[in-house]
Design a protein around this ligand. Structure first.
Ligand code: ADP
Ligand code: MG
Length: 700
């Protein structure tokens, strides 16, 4: 139950004076509220993006382009729209000692403008100045008032991001109403930090941000916003720390095993493990041997050999007598994992089964029985592994292969709900540390930093699409000489259907040119058809595989040495890198041809050049991040720092580190949030909608 003291903040916004259903709806749109009804607290945490500073009166000629200024001007003349042509705006020319400015009005009512701006009188106008052909103008000033009215306006007024159907004054009044209702809350911040940063209470900080006195009050680095940002970061870190503490508490098994299965796997491998694979396995062994629950992220570029690390982790748990699952993001990938792992599992004596949505009827029954009675040690599959009706005798480890789709959030949530198992999440996305921190809190990370020995670099070339004929001819020759090639078709839009059509078309064209050696796989095909297409390619029955991006996630055919990507300019950098990573896996040198439709803009050109010049996934991801922003890397499209309304890693990185340590300390010293500060911190979790973590407290 939410503490009663918070009630005024959790009333619907329509409870505020002046906010009826219609305005309430507009506020909902503005806040992008995904829940039913926006609450007062949501409105209060909707901070201004800037302010109008009426003391900022630079004079017409000195007004900077784009700045919001206030000008004291004399109205000189009116220039109405020409009769019958309302497209030309109505202009009012006004001036001060420094120069002349045009006040511009579209679809204006003449009599109204003449009444409010009589020629010869002084007016105070404020709004955004634009310089147009060397002349200043102000389109639809925010205010045009005489001296008497001007004296009554606040000197400084916040500016909010707005939405249609919501007047600025209405919004401001609603927010002020909310602040008036805001109770004085007990302080949840660490007193030493609070004093050191010279912060003010939650309520005072909010009040100041919504009624700024100086521009510093809206500076992200200034004390008011910094405090609110810190609150948000602390709520995030505390919720994560509580979730994590809860997860850890609920495991409490130590798993060591006798090493026999691992030994058998090592001996069966035709290569030796890389140093970073060894290091990662060592870290995992250590985690599993400890009584705490493992929550580890395994980051490694495409082709760095994560799957094997996952198998070794499973082997440890299975040696100790428990079961393991390996989850892949797609059916195709699950089958491939199963196929590559099966021979190793066999030599190790690991009893393995595949379980996806496709196993049906008696086959499925047999697998479910095996998992329930423990006669199956390892299940490889899709999320179907965690569906209802699937029971394990003793599940000890979940290995989640995310590839570059970074959905770990949900998987962790899933683990929090369900089985208390150790978790290893594998991803090819080199997620920056700060993002790991905000998304998972203090998660442990292992990195595979080297590629397996003997890998040849991939030669990457960019080629304009006009030379398609040449490329087809070259591929034809290479294939006749024994090579195997992928041909990836453009991502037309976010629709498998359209992509599939493009691929089918290219398939027909290549088949006509090169004969029956061409195969096709795309997301619209039935699973059995997909498998068959993959099987034929792996077996060498087809030598060119035309595909949509379904193959980007983890397909492993070491004999393939050529990757053609059509319309490379339409793909993201990380995605191109993923696709390219499908070749260069064997001992033979590989080639990647990036076909593009010219002319390329500067950015597109630079992007392809980065890819041509680098095979370093970390560097490519950094560039990708720079070009696309953090949000997209995490799969959320909003700009700024994902999941945060106020905090931005650009400005508050330092605070994030403090919040992490703070949260960790709280969870260590007051795990049930029962001290006075703990009680206050519960309020914070409610305010920032992280109160799901409070339920864990009670459960734990
Ligand atoms: P990813 O990290 O992209 O998931 P995989 O696990 O699919 O990489 O491994 C890519 C390929 O490298 C596989 O064919 C795998 O058998 C091989 N491989 C893994 N580890 C090594 C190693 N230490 N030496 C040589 N080849 C390896
Ligand atoms: Mg993989």
């Amino acid at each position: 139950m939410r503490p009663e003291i918070l009630n005024p903040l959790f009333r619907p916004v329509t409870s505020l004076a002046g906010v009826g259903p219609k305005i309430g709806e507009a506020i909902g749109r503005l806040l992008g509220a995904d829940e039913d009804q926006p609450r007062v607290i949501d409105l209060l945490l909707h901070l201004p993006v800037g302010l109008i500073d009426r003391r900022d009166q630079p004079g017409v000629a000195l007004s900077p382009e784009g700045a919001i200024v206030t000008l004291e001007v004399r109205i000189d003349r009116h220039q109405p729209s020409p009769p019958g042509n309302r497209k030309v705006p109505y202009r009012v020319y006004a001036s001060d000692d420094t120069g002349e400015i045009a006040l511009v009005f579209f679809h204006a009512e003449r009599s109204f403008l003449e009444r409010t701006m009589p020629v010869g009188e002084t007016r105070f106008v404020s709004g955004r100045v634009e310089w147009f052909n060397g002349r200043p103008q102000m389109v639809h000033p925010d205010h045009v008032v005489d001296r008497e009215a001007f004296e009554k306006l606040p000197r400084i007024e916040p500016v909010y991001p707005m939405t249609a159907g919501l007047a600025r004054k209405t919004l401001a009044r609603a927010i002020q109403g909310g602040i008036a209702d805001c109770p004085d809350l007990p302080e949840w911040l660490d007193p030493a930090l609070f004093a050191r940063e010279k912060w003010q209470s939650f309520k005072d900080s909010l009040a100041l941000v919504h009624a700024p006195v100086t521009p510093a009050d809206l500076d992200p680095a200034g004390p008011s916003i910094a405090r609110l940002a810190y609150d948000e970061l602390l709520a995030n870190q505390l919720a994560l720390a509580l979730t994590r503490a809860n997860l850890r508490r609920s495991a409490g098994r130590t798993r060591t095993g006798d090493g026999q299965m691992r030994q058998a796997i090592r001996q069966a491998l035709p290569f030796s493990l890389t140093l970073s694979q060894e290091a990662a396995i060592g870290e995992i062994e250590h985690d599993l041997a400890a009584p705490d629950r493992m929550l580890r992220l395994l980051q490694g570029d495409v082709g760095s050999g994560k799957t094997l690390v996952g198998l070794m982790a499973a082997a440890i748990v299975i040696e100790s007598g428990a079961q393991a699952v390996l989850m892949a993001p797609t059916e195709l990938l699950a089958r491939q994992h199963a196929k590559t792992l099966l021979p190793l599992a066999e030599v190790a004596g690991i009893r393995m089964a595949i379980l996806t949505g496709r196993e049906k009827g008696r086959e499925r029954e047999a697998i479910l029985t095996g998992l329930a009675d423990g006669s199956i040690d390892l299940a490889v599959g899709t999320h179907a592994v965690f569906q209802e009706g699937v029971e394990f005798r003793d599940l000890g480890l979940a290995v989640v292969d995310e590839q570059h789709r970074f959905g770990v959030h949900q998987r962790l949530a899933l683990a929090a709900k369900g089985a208390a198992v150790d978790m290893l999440v594998m991803t090819a996305t080199p997620i920056p540390r700060t993002l790991v921190l905000t998304a998972f809190g203090d998660m442990d990370v292992s990195r595979l930093t080297e590629k397996p020995a003997g890998r040849k670099p991939i030669e990457t070339r960019t080629i304009p699409l006009e030379r398609l004929g040449e490329v087809v001819e070259r591929i034809g020759r290479a294939v006749a000489g024994g090579a195997r090639a992928y041909w990836v078709c453009p991502l037309v839009e976010e629709s498998e259907e359209v992509d599939a059509a493009a691929a089918a078309e290219r398939f027909a064209m290549l088949q006509q040119a090169l004969g029956p050696v061409v195969g096709l796989v795309h997301g619209r095909m039935k699973a059995a058809e997909k498998d068959e297409a993959m099987r034929r390619f792996v077996a060498g029955e087809t030598r060119i595989l035309v595909a949509t991006t379904v193959i980007e996630v983890g397909v492993d055919v070491p004999d393939a040495t050529i990757m053609v990507i059509e319309h490379a300019e339409r793909f993201g950098l990380a995605q191109l890198h993923q696709l390219r990573g499908r070749v260069g896996r064997g001992a033979k040198p590989s080639t990647c041809l990036l076909l593009y439709r010219g002319p390329l803009g500067q950015v597109a050109h630079d992007r392809l050049a980065i890819l041509r010049d680098s095979e370093d996934g970390f560097r490519i991801a950094e560039e990708d991040l720079r070009l696309r922003g953090e949000g997209e890397l995490l799969g959320t499209r909003q700009s700024g720092t994902p999941g945060f309304r106020i905090a931005s890693l650009e400005h508050h990185q330092r605070l994030l580190e403090i919040a992490r340590d703070d949260a960790r300390l709280v969870v260590e010293t007051d795990p049930g949030l029962q001290s006075p500060r703990g009680e206050a911190l519960r309020l914070l979790l409610y305010l920032y909608r992280r109160d799901a973590a409070i339920r864990l407290l009670r459960a734990g």
